[in-house]
Write a protein that binds this ligand. Structure first.
Ligand code: FAD
Length: 317
């Protein structure tokens, strides 16, 4: 079922999660172990992230270093199919521009369509560590907007080979990302919103936000979107801060702020156990306020922390 239908049919805020494929060589059981405790909250959907290749240097005989391309977390599509089969829940693969030619994207979308996957979250992806800025593949997409346009075309039966006659249209519901605290590359929020609106105008039907710890930023962002003609559902993304390291790594990686009152509470903690308790408490308060405001869904970036997500969900749903 298309997510946009699910969202419009529900009168109350839904619950959803994002998971990461396991590291290469690990069992899919770790995915099930993360989802099982959360099934009682009836997730409306489970997002599965996509991780592109990285380059590492391997030491070879004679001491020389060889540059090797590896994908540490493959399996996005397989995990989606497995989740849908095991739990009968909508699984949403993340599809990125980075590392894909248009042709490869088209073939990946055909696989998803054949698997009965109705929903996709379309993203640009970040630059790989060895590149200072995002570089698209030759004949790949530079922005998520281009990817939205490709999927939308396939939804009307237009594939890359324009000579193809009577091609079967796909029927994907398209989700995209947005940033209540602005995407880090955007010169300002208005510019970021211009491109966000372009993605919606091109056919994106719902938005999932980057994590944020200050609801005010989300509410202001939604207001700005509405004022700028972006009228699709905007699903807030939530992360439970669970250890001391994340106080600095989350702002660094995701370009977000830790609000001062939250930071002051975290600073008082003696160990990670206390940090996790404070993180859960903060997320419960955030969630309750968002549900009160009747947001379409609360989307939790579980990052393997299903125990903490369960502790929040129990208080909210
Ligand atoms: P875009 O919408 O393409 O925007 C990127 C930047 O370019 C923005 O600054 C925008 O303002 C600007 N821009 C957009 N269009 C244009 C244009 N036509 N001309 C000029 N500038 C333009 N990454 C992964 O690798 N795998 C994942 O699974 C993944 N999942 C994510 C899930 C969510 C909910 C979120 C919020 C992010 C996720 N990311 C993931 C990270 C994401 O790929 C990065 O944040 C990336 O830097 C931007 O992706 P985007 O789709 O927002 O890009």
């Amino acid at each position: 079922m298309k997510l946009v239908q699910k969202l419009s049919q529900s009168k109350k805020s839904l619950f959803s999660i994002e998971i990461l494929p396991p590291l290469k060589g690990k069992s899919i059981q770790s995915i099930y172990d993360g989802i099982d405790p959360l099934m009682e909250f009836k997730p409306a959907f489970v997002d599965v992230t996509y991780h592109r290749e990285e380059y590492i240097y391997k030491k070879r005989d004679g001491g020389y270093l060889e540059k090797v391309s590896i994908r540490k977390r493959p399996g996005t599509v397989g995990i989606c199919a497995a989740i849908m089969n095991k739990y009968n829940v909508e699984a949403v693969p993340h599809i990125i521009c980075g590392g894909f030619t248009r042709e490869e994207t088209e073939n990946a979308l055909i696989d998803l369509h054949f698997l009965g996957i109705d929903n996709v979250l379309l993203l640009r992806g970040d630059s790989i560590k060895t590149e200072p800025a995002f570089v698209p593949e030759p004949n790949g997409h530079a922005y998520a907007l281009d990817l939205v346009q490709q999927v939308k075309q396939m939804n009307t039966g237009v594939y890359m080979d324009h000579d193809m006659k009577d091609a079967a249209p796909t029927d994907f519901c398209i989700g995209i990302a947005a940033y209540p605290e602005k995407h880090f590359e955007a010169p300002n929020m208005i510019s970021d919103l211009k491109y966000l609106k372009a993605k919606v105008d091109a056919g994106a039907e719902y938005i999932v936000t980057q994590m944020f710890f200050d609801n005010k930023k989300y509410f202001e962002f939604v207001d700005l979107c509405r004022k700028n003609g972006i009228n699709v559902p905007i699903i807030p993304g939530l992360k439970i801060l669970s250890n001391k390291k994340q106080i600095t790594t989350l702002p660094k990686i995701f370009h977000i702020d830790i609000p001062q009152p939250f930071y002051e509470e975290l600073e008082k903690c003696k160990d990670d156990k206390q940090i996790k308790e404070v993180g859960i408490k903060w997320c419960i308060e955030q969630s309750k306020e968002l549900v009160k405001a009747n947001v379409p869904c609360l989307h939790f970036y579980t990052m393997g922390a299903s125990e903490a997500t369960k502790a929040v969900a129990k208080e909210v749903f």
